[in-house]
Structure formats: C-alpha cells, structure tokens
Write a protein that binds this ligand. Structure first.
Ligand code: ADP
Ligand code: ZN
Ligand code: ZN
Length: 815
C-alpha cells in the first residue's frame, strides 16, 4: 500500500499533526492543503491535510478521513509552507495556525460550480458547428454543449453528475475541458451605486457651477460617495450625474449597502495626481526592484503628507501589469476602506479584481471575498493583519503601510507579527515586500541602514507644504507661573482662544479616557482595584461608575474606602471626560465635542462627530489617540497634546519609541490645508530625546539616540526577545508552575541567553489570572527557539498544562 495515510493539522492546542487513513474513494481528492473532515475524540473537526504518507506512528489507532471539503485545496502550496514556518517560529500549534489562515466556515453553504475551461469552451463552440471529430465519448459532447449555454456554470450536485457517468466526468476534468470551482453562497445583499471623480490629469473641460460642486465634493471634500447621498449634498439632479458619467467626468460602481462594509465613513479623497519628483524617484526604485526579479525588501520612509499612497497605487498597478498579484496591508479597518476604494477607482475597469478582507465583515462576506481571491477572480487584496494570508497565487508585491503599528501583532495564538510574516511570504514567493512609514520601527530602519533592506526616502511634503511648527510647553515652568494644576497650560489656553477668535479649529489630545484614572484613599493610600485585574478602576462621571479598562468589569462608586472604610476618598488623574468638562468651563460658548471609545460607541456617533467637526459645526474636538491617525482636517490650526509624556514612564523598553511615533503622527495632523499649523506639546520631561526629536520631527536623530540606548541595554534590534507568562486563576498553581519552569530555564542562563525571572508580570493579575513572567534575551534567535521548544517539552513532561503557558516570540507588549 502506498501513501494511503495522511498527516492532518487540527485546530487543537497541540503542536503536532494527526495521522488518518484515507479510504480509496477519497484518495484522489486529498492533496496537501485540502480541508478534510475527520473524527477527533467525540467530535468531527475540519483540518488541513499537510502531507501524504505511507507510514503510521507505532501503536496509534488510526481512524478514517470522513470527507474532503475541497476540490481545489483551500491552501495553495506556498501558504502551506508559510503556515509551517509560523508554527515553528512562533511555537504555535500548526492546526491553530492554519485555522487563522483559512476562511470562516460557519453557517455557509458550499457551492460547487462546474465550468468550462478555455480549451473546453473552444471545443464546445466547435461542436455547435457540428461534424467535428473529437476524442469525446458517449454523451460527453452533449454535456459540454449544455455547459456552454450556462454562463455561470452548473451547480455540482449528485444529479448533475447523473447527466454523464462519473468516469466521464473525471475524464473531462483530466483532459482539461472542465473544472470545478468552489464558491460560497450567502444571503443576497443590497447594493448601491457609488460615484467617484474620474478626470486624472489636467482639466481640459471647463466645468459648470454644479459640476464644480460635484467635483469639489468627490475629489477634495468627501471622496467617493453613494449617488443618493451625492444628489442630496450637491443639490443636483440624477440626470446631471448620468450625463457626467457618460462624459467620463465621473465613474461609478456598485457597493454593498450593508453598513458593516463601511464602518467609518472616512471622507478621504481619492488621489489621482501625477507623481512629483520625489515620488517619481521612489517609484523608479520600486520598478527597478521588479525588474531585477526575485525577493527583496524596501522601506519607503516618507514624512507625513509626502504622498506615500500614490506611490503604493502605482506600484500595485505596475505589479498587475506584470501579470502578478498584490496584497496591501493597512493597520486598521477604516483604512482598508479608503485604500480599497482608491484601488477600485484606479483599477476601475477591473474593480471586481479588488478584494477587501478585514474582521468587521460578516463570516459570509469574508468567506466570499476569500474564495474570490482563491479562485483568481481578485488580483489585488486590501486588508488588515490577517490579509497577509490572502490565498493569491503568483504574488509579486506585498505592501505594509505604517509598518510600525502595533495592530500588526496578533495578541492571541498564533502570536505572529503581520509585517514579519509579510516579509517571509514575499521571500517564499520570490516577490517584493514594500514597508512604508513616516516613523519606521527601530528594527526595520536598522535593517535598512545595514543594507538588508533598500531604503527609499521621501523627505518633503507634496506641493512643498511645510510641516507644522511644534512647540514644547514645560509644565513645571507653567506651574511656577500660574500655580494652577489644570492640565490646560496657559499657552494652550491662549492658543485655543486665538483659534476661537480667528474661527479656525483646535484638536486637543489626551491619552486616557474616562473622568479620573483612579480613586484613592487618603487614609490608607489604597486605590480601588478591579476584582479581576491588578489595575485601578477608572471613574466615569456621566455614567457614575467605576470601570476596568482591561476586563470591562463595573463597580458602583464606593462612598468609603473598600479597604479601611475611611470616608476620605478622592479622584486622581484627569481623563478625556474631565478635560472636556474643563474646556467647556474655560471657553463658554465654544462648540466642543469629545471623541473617544465612550462617546463613539457606534459607527454612527463616530461619523456624526467627525462630520460635524469637518463641516465646521464644531470649534474644539477633544479626544484620545483616535484623533491622531489619518484624518485630513483642513481648518485645524492648533493641535494641543495634554500630558504627551505619560507614555514615557511605562515599564517597557519601547516607551520612548511609542511616544515619538505618536507625537510625530499628531504633528502630522496640523497644517494640512492652506492654513499653517501649530502644535503644542505639554510635557514634564521636555528634555527627553523622544520629545525633543518629535518637536523637530527629526526621525534620524531619534533613531540614532534610541539605537544607542538599545545597544547599551541589549534590547532589539541587538538581541531577540521572548516573553513567557505562566498564568492560572489559582495563585498557588501559578507560583508552583513558574518555580518548576524556572528549574528548566535557570541552568541555561548565561552568555548565549539571558533568562530574567520568574518575576511577577507588570500586569500581575489579569482577567482573574495570576501571572508570572520570564523574559528571555539572546543575540541569536535560533538559541531562543531551541530553548523554548525545550521548555514546552519540559512543561508537557512535568504536568504544567499547555493553557497555563503563554509564549510570545518578538513580543510587542511586555505586560
Ligand atoms: P502620506 O501617506 O505620505 O502621509 P498621503 O498619501 O496621504 O500622504 O498624501 C497626502 C496628500 O497629498 C493627499 O491628499 C494626496 O491626495 C496628495 N498628493 C499625493 N501625491 C500628490 C502629488 N504628486 N501632487 C499633489 N498632491 C498629492
Ligand atoms: Zn483606605
Ligand atoms: Zn479588570
């Protein structure tokens, strides 16, 4: 007997595959990458066939594969390979890795379509002319002709096959006349017509007043809009829109009405500019890379507003022109929408060829998009982190926009980093990885300086717009003068006052939501902590309760200290809710709104607030980091950052890097229109280099200083890190297991690897679990991998349950 067994990866937390027997009728259908249904313990599980084998592990009781789900294997060979790399590198169970790579499979019905191949189509067309000699037998010819009539193919059911004998069916498939495609059936959705401005270069036509209004809306103010909305906003007739479509001034397409598709109405404008010289030279280098062929990584380091998107789009276009496919990764869902739309507008005629993948889609929608990609119908994929697994074949380019963003890191098993996986994928597929950022992560920039990646720089904003002027407000000095403890310095107060009198707008940023960070007791000094986590509860005034921002638990506001029953409790640390209240007091009559996770509970609230601000119905917008990214407000002349440095004191070696990135991003929000912008950064540590360099918006200077610190402290990029957490709801277990594990680790502590811990984790208790931490550092990652593999085997042998152990390779958060 040959290769009648198959090793299958199953979605269970075990780092192994399982061997099953493949019964004769299924054998032809099972290939590496196919999804199969198998019995496992008392359940049926969907797994992925990894390899066929002749041998069976000794003494194993072998069960049968019960079904094969795929006709074409769901995972193409390169993704199978990528999954195995991830499982090895991140020490994750292989079955759970594949589950993360596959489309959702709940509540969908599979539909298999039999369609003609091109050869089949040609043959069938000839048959219609009759009297042709063919190698067809029996009623095969009839079957092909029947298929030719059915434009969308025949749905494969047992009855269709009855049309011809099963053998004939296989024969036709083998000879390449027909093929079977798998598609997913979901509920039908309503669509709407969306219009976009089309004219790309110089205007050759003079526009009427109404046409001009439409142009302004679609090109600069709002971006592509549903036609119904456009009619209302521009106050024009449908006939005019139709005429403009005919004249080629507009283009339009159908988009689902389902609001899940459009979680944040963004108001970005589609770009369609001729590249300027800086962009042109970056693009040339990218094209040069394509011409070289083979694998390579490029870093596009461009300041905020340098026009990176435009360069991405050209690169995708170039990739398509070369007959290859492209993936564009963006850090958040709102951006998939914007870039997805731009891609559609750009690759207009073939917009069907663009797929969008992110977690806010329903399972059915995600599965549908996934299969469109797998079937080769979409050649450009735009998406968040997991779109790095999009099943395109012949991948030429993978773009990672804002590569430094933490959202690329998955914080649950498999704990992979989307950017790093993108690079490995590009390598497997012999393609280009293009990383883009205004503030690249230290690791990435280091690789670019070392020559491991090619560095492309865009140092100026488009149209020579200047970067905003950034000033520091030293809060210690401010206090000396004013003796006020208000988080709004006198400079910020004056600045906002000026905005109000000149009728421009101000953004005020604060990094915490809620009214007060904590509730403290004057008698015993204790803070009110969450019952599940070792974190103080945040006071929310309007809802009059305490909330835990880690696990979401709620508490009534106590009248007395829960520990010592003293009545002298007070609130400490101001959050966004408090700041809004203060602004209202200090600027009576100003139109103020707040944007954070509490006020923007729904997409609609989020959109309404942003829309109101953009339209000028608000003077001041106060909020959290939500405000920092991406928005293009034209009338903002002042951005104030309250307590810019509270993130500096976090117990994490990346604290300075995060602070610098956030401040540079924020500074990028001011002065985007005609009006010059000003940024005020309030700080208690104004001499810190992260703040100083952010003020000058000098990335390279920051990089050099931070690199020095990393070298001194032996942190990445000079070492590799792994974070191991031992956790359990029972404190005794957590202590016992971490002690036991330390017996394994401590003999290894030395030159090749440093083992720090076990120590209480920064978040000593989280969601009811007690947590102990080991931090491993080594100049060589392979040493870490080996040690961790040993640790996992040790745990298994010493009855430390798998779920008590959390292993994080290249951690982004150390808590
Ligand atoms: P980045 O992502 O680098 O911060 P964007 O790609 O968002 O910058 O571009 C900033 C703005 O500049 C956008 O409004 C875009 O339409 C515009 N833009 C891009 N390229 C050009 C160009 N060559 N000429 C004029 N404007 C441009
Ligand atoms: Zn007390
Ligand atoms: Zn909690």
């Amino acid at each position: 007997m040959k290769e009648c067994y198959c090793n299958i990866a199953l979605p269970v937390p075990l780092r192994t595959t399982f061997t099953y027997f493949v019964p004769e009728p299924l054998r032809e259908r099972v290939q590496p990458g196919s999804r199969v249904l198998v019995p496992f313990r008392k359940k049926s599980l969907v797994g992925v066939a990894v390899e066929m084998t002749e041998t069976v592990p000794d003494g194993a009781q072998i069960r049968d594969v019960s079904r094969v789900l795929d006709l074409t294997p769901a995972l193409p060979p390169k993704l199978l390979e990528l999954g195995q790399w991830i499982a090895g590198y991140y020490l994750a169970p292989i079955g759970e890795v594949f589950r993360a790579m596959l489309p959702p499979q709940t509540e969908i019905s599979w539909k298999r379509q039999i369609v003609l191949t091109e050869t089949g189509r040609a043959l069938a067309a000839k048959l219609q002319g009759r009297g042709v000699l063919t190698d067809l037998e029996g009623n095969e010819a009839e079957f092909l002709e029947k298929l030719l009539e059915k434009k969308r193919g025949l749905t494969l059911t047992p009855r269709n096959r009855l049309g011809i004998p099963p053998l004939a069916f296989e024969r036709l498939e083998l000879r390449g006349y027909i093929e079977v495609r798998e598609t997913v059936e979901g509920r039908k959705r309503k669509t709407q017509q969306v219009a976009a401005w089309r004219v790309k270069d110089a205007y050759t036509q003079t526009l009427g007043e109404k046409e001009e209004r439409i142009r302004a809306l679609l090109e600069t103010e709002r971006g592509p809009l549903p036609v119904a909305q456009l009619l209302k906003l521009a106050q024009v007739s449908r006939a005019l829109i139709e005429r403009m479509l005919r004249d080629g001034l507009l283009e339009s397409w159908e988009e689902p009405v389902d609001p899940a598709e459009d979680p944040f109405e963004t108001g970005y404008r589609p770009s369609a500019h001729a590249l300027n010289l800086t962009q042109e030279s970056a693009f040339k280098a990218i094209r040069g890379r394509f011409e070289l062929g083979g694998f390579g990584v490029q870093l596009l380091h461009g300041v905020t507003g340098s026009g990176k998107t435009e360069v991405y789009l050209r690169s995708v276009q170039e990739t398509l022109a070369r007959g290859k496919t492209a993936i564009v990764l963006v850090p958040e869902i709102a951006l998939t929408l914007w870039i997805g739309r731009q891609c559609r507008a750009w690759f207009g005629a073939q917009f069907e060829g663009v797929a969008v993948l992110h977690s806010a889609l329903s399972d059915v929608e995600r599965a549908r998009e996934w299969w469109r990609v797998r079937n080769g119908q979409a050649r450009v994929v735009v998406g968040t982190r997991s779109a790095v697994f999009a099943p395109v074949e012949n991948l030429g380019l993978i773009i990672v926009d804002e590569e430094q963003e933490n959202s690329y890191k998955q914080e649950e098993t498999p704990r992979y980093h989307g950017r790093d996986v993108a690079i490995v994928r590009a390598k497997l597929e012999n393609g280009t990885a293009l990383l883009g950022s205004a503030t690249p992560s230290l690791e990435t920039y280091h690789n670019a300086i070392n020559g491991k990646y090619e560095l492309l720089t865009m140092a100026t904003r488009v149209e020579n717009r200047s970067l905003a002027a950034v000033e520091i407000v030293d809060m210690r000095e401010d206090f000396q003068h004013t003796h006020q403890t208000s988080p709004i310095s006198s400079a910020l107060h004056t600045g906002i006052g000026e905005c109000l009198s000149f009728q421009t707008q101000a953004l005020v940023l604060i990094n915490r939501r809620g009214y007060s960070w904590s509730m403290l007791c004057r008698s015993c000094g204790a803070a009110v902590e969450c019952v599940n986590c070792s974190i103080s509860m945040t006071y929310h005034k309007s809802r009059n309760r305490l909330e835990c921002h880690y696990c979401g638990s709620l508490q009534a506001v106590p009248k007395a200290c829960p520990k010592c029953h003293s009545k002298y409790v007070y609130f400490f640390g101001e959050g966004s809710e408090h700041l809004e209240e203060r602004l209202r007091k200090e600027f009576t009559g100003a139109r103020i709104a707040r944007l954070d996770r509490d006020t923007a509970r729904t997409k609609q609230q989020y959109q309404e607030t942003l829309g109101a601000f953009r339209s000028g119905a608000l003077d001041i917008l106060v909020g959290t980091q939500m405000l920092a990214k991406g928005h293009d407000f034209q009338r903002v002349t002042l951005v104030g950052v309250v307590s810019a440095d509270s993130s500096l004191s976090l117990p994490d070696f990346r604290a300075a890097e995060r602070t610098f990135q956030l401040l540079t991003q924020v500074a990028g929000r001011a002065g985007r229109g005609e009006l010059p912008g000003r940024v005020l950064i309030q700080s208690y540590y104004p001499e810190h280099y992260a703040i100083q360099d952010a003020v000058r918006q000098d990335y390279v200077s920051f990089y050099e200083r931070e690199l020095h610190f990393r070298r001194m402290m032996a942190y990445p990029p000079f070492t590799s890190l792994a974070n191991v957490i031992v956790r359990d709801t029972n404190l005794d277990n957590a202590i016992k297991w971490s002690r036991r594990l330390s017996e394994y680790f401590s003999p290894h502590d030395g030159k090749a690897v440093r083992v720090l811990g076990p120590a209480s984790a920064p978040l000593a208790r989280l969601k009811r679990e007690h947590r102990y931490q080991f931090l491993l550092k080594s100049p060589r990652r392979s040493v870490l991998t080996k040690l961790l593999n040993g640790a996992l085997a040790f745990c298994e042998a010493n009855e430390i349950p798998g779920k008590a152990l959390l292993v994080d390779m290249d951690p982004v958060m150390l808590s």
